[in-house]
Design a protein around this ligand. Structure first.
Ligand SMILES: [Zn+2]
Length: 154
């Protein structure tokens, strides 16, 4: 669940920086409006940073998804990263995007690791005499040296 930690940092930074970015840029625009006398709408900025905030909050979905499928969670984090990057106008979205991409990478690696462990577990059988895990297909238990009857397994 190390990836979850990076995702939470990504969520917090994404929300914080997008809100801060919105205030900075909308402040600059309204200052520009008073200087030039030309009224420029801040709606596009609002929409963009709104996307950034929503994309960050969607990181929570990735954390939930991790319990079911790490690879899907990794894709989720990656999408969050891309949208927070765009929504946060690259400058504000860059840092949270990095955390999301790191979270995606770790989740993906953890997913591969988990799959390996499952395969390893499945290719092992329990010795009926000493309960140790022995490779599937072994005729003799290496722990208690008992002969394993394959027919008993079925
Ligand atoms: Zn044994």
């Amino acid at each position: 669940m190390k990836s979850g930690v990076y995702a939470i940092i990504g969520i917090l930074l994404g929300v914080f920086l997008c809100v801060a970015g919105y205030h900075t840029i909308s402040g600059a625009v309204s200052f520009g409006n008073t200087l030039t006398g030309v009224t420029q709408s801040i709606t596009p900025i609002f929409v963009l940073f709104g996307i950034g905030v929503i994309a960050s909050l969607l990181g929570f979905a990735g954390i939930i998804l991790e319990k079911h499928d790490k690879k899907i969670a990794a894709i989720q984090y990656l999408i969050c990263g891309i949208f927070v990057l765009i929504g946060g106008l690259f400058i504000f979205g860059g840092i949270p995007a990095i955390f999301f991409i790191v979270a995606a990478y770790i989740a993906y690696q953890e997913g591969i690791q988990e799959r390996k462990q499952v395969i390893e577990k499945e290719s092992m059988i329990q010795c009926p005499y000493c309960q140790s895990l022995v490779p599937n297909g072994a005729a003799k238990c290496k722990f208690c040296t008992e002969w394993i009857n394959k027919k008993e397994e079925k």
